[in-house]
Write a protein that binds this ligand. Sequence first.
Ligand code: HDE
Length: 715
Amino acid sequence: MSEQLKKATHIDVDEKSKLKDLEEFREYPEGQFLTTDQGVRVSETDMSLKAGERGPTLLEDFHFREKLTHFDHERIPERIVHARGTGAHGYFECYESMAEYTMASFLQEAGKKTPVFVRFSTVVGFRGSADTVRDARGFATKFYTEDGNYDLVGNNIPVFFIQDAIKFPDLVHSIKPEPDDEMPQASAAHDTFWDFVASHPENAHMIMWVLSDRGIPRSYRMMQGFGVNTFRFVNKQGKGRFVKFHWIPKLGVHSLVWDEAQKIAGKDPDYHRRDLYEAIEEGHYPEYELGVQIIEEEDEHKFDFDLLDATKIVPEEQVPLKIIGKLTLTSKPDNFFAEVEQVAFCPANVVPGIDFTNDPLLQGRLFSYLDTQLIRLGGPNFHEIPINRPLAPYHNNQRDGYHRMTINKGKSAYFPNTVGNGDPRPASREEHGYVHYTEKVEGKKIRARSDSFKDFFSQATLFWNSMTEPEKEHIVKAFHFEVGKVKSLEIRQRIADMFANVDPELGRMIAEGVSVKVPEAKAPQKKSRLDKSPALSQANKVPDTIESRKVAILAANGVNASHVEQLLKLLKEKGASAKVVSMTQGTLRGSGGGEVMVDKSYETTASVLFDAVFVPGGRESVEALKSQGSAVHFINEAFRHCKPIAATGEGVELLKASSIKGVKLSGEGEKGLVSDRGVVTAAETGDFGQFFEAFRKAIAQHRHWDREKKEMVPA
Ligand code: HDE
């Protein structure tokens, strides 16, 4: 390689490179004068220039015109899907060299760090819709690598509704608000969507996932991500292998419950966005490991499904995950519009070492993203927008267009040329030129679907069989909600009939909940080779950590301040936190002296915004709480949502005064520590450390589904 070429191609990228690159575009207003867009200082911005104090505004007021005109043009179209989202900067660290499998530069050496920008999103809702709706979540990552930008544009569910991209407009039209009255917002629970589902049995597997707890994540930091489509790794020797991508959150996979999710949508529609940004601000940087499933080309046809069918997973029990690196999110964007709104992901943005497959869903995706971005971002130069600009230098003969920023030097804008010395010139594979994988393809032009794509139910059944009892119950209830909102009894019947193919029991339970006929039991059309895939159940993915969990402490005047203090200290040591919640904000008097600061009143928060509740002792405090409907409701609701609840000393009496039932409390015979299905009580506290450890374990468990049957608790 010539010295000149080396200079042109070699860049050093580290985890901070993109943030440094953005610095050139940041604007700091501190200590500055207000100016027009032309840099002219403005002397007056509150009054327009008029002909006389009571006269008409003059056209020559350039500041007025500029200010209004810019405002009038502030909006751009929202994304057609994934409109509601949030994003963060971070970096990816490679654990071990993957050179054997891929030449992707960011996967060549252990310890190599590459900057990334990630955008999480819901799919269906408009840009201003609530975060906690039932939906799939987008998980899109842009890697700013030495060899150009690589976008891994994934979802939190490993399969998709349809098998062929040509169906995407039909799917999206059916799930978006209905066209006559634009209802409902951010919800699939309406006739057109379920009509679509009933006509497309290939939806069955995805529907099982969306209606499971995966459809209502507790946090973007507690959900998995999947590339969904099968991609290809290609190594330096040109050898290709199939690859599936997985993100695995270090905090485990956790969800909300449906009643809670709906309430949060009103109490804090920004719940997931806030959660992500608060975690980053508090230094709880979200972390996800990258896992890959690598499949040799010779093994392509060894499975009982087609690897190119995006409605199928590759069970981890058949091809284990290889963990190859870690993503850490370390900073919020400085400006939401500039970064989160303007970022443009595209599955076709690949780098040498990563290639496509013939998955017909992927093939359509390769076209659609850039196409939609051309209109959303207003022309062909959106790659120049700071957040989209690669760190790798770019040189080509593309020219002009709206909002062109680059000033291309020289006379030639064509190839080959002699006037420009032949530059910019194509690079060989050795010079990191992208060479498409040489796959042999033959066939007739035909609009058809391979027979290998026609098994619609076996993996939906595998998913169902892999769920624990509570997870199954949640799915059935979700069907009752979604299909119960469908007005057409005929569509409801078609859905019950369709899902009887997944499991006759499931078909029966759906039918019974939405008042249609129980479908006749049918023999399964095709069975998956596996009976169960334990990797599919969230219940098998619970790490022993309470990092970044939020606990509410209910208190009033006369609270045992020492218990509050001890809990706060111990939670902090474990990376969790707590807020004191009371009738009004201000300061509370402690029982043995001292003061406790109130963080939130019942007006400004609710149990649904916490992971757990603690009621400290203090006779006067607990007597007050017992008479406060809001405090009793707080306990009932947390119990109904199967959250950990703890109480010390007189605090146990608030639990007794609430409607919770079916769990053993301290003081009923036993006065010491009692821990029963997530309710941890100690009427006589004794060793606070021991009490805390029981509470900590209950929080790490996240939810205590074995209490769910007691949901008669009014809340
Ligand atoms: Fe997308 N998808 N999609 N999608 N998708 C878009 O591109 C599309 C699919 C995904 O945070 C759009 O810039 C087609 C699967 C994410 O900016 C659009 C098909 C998966 C995001 C588009 C699919 C995704 C999008 C809308 C099937 C999981 C948000 C705005 C045939 C692997 C990215 C945009 C962000 C966004 C098309 C299916 C993930 C219209 C045609 C499967 C995370 O181009």
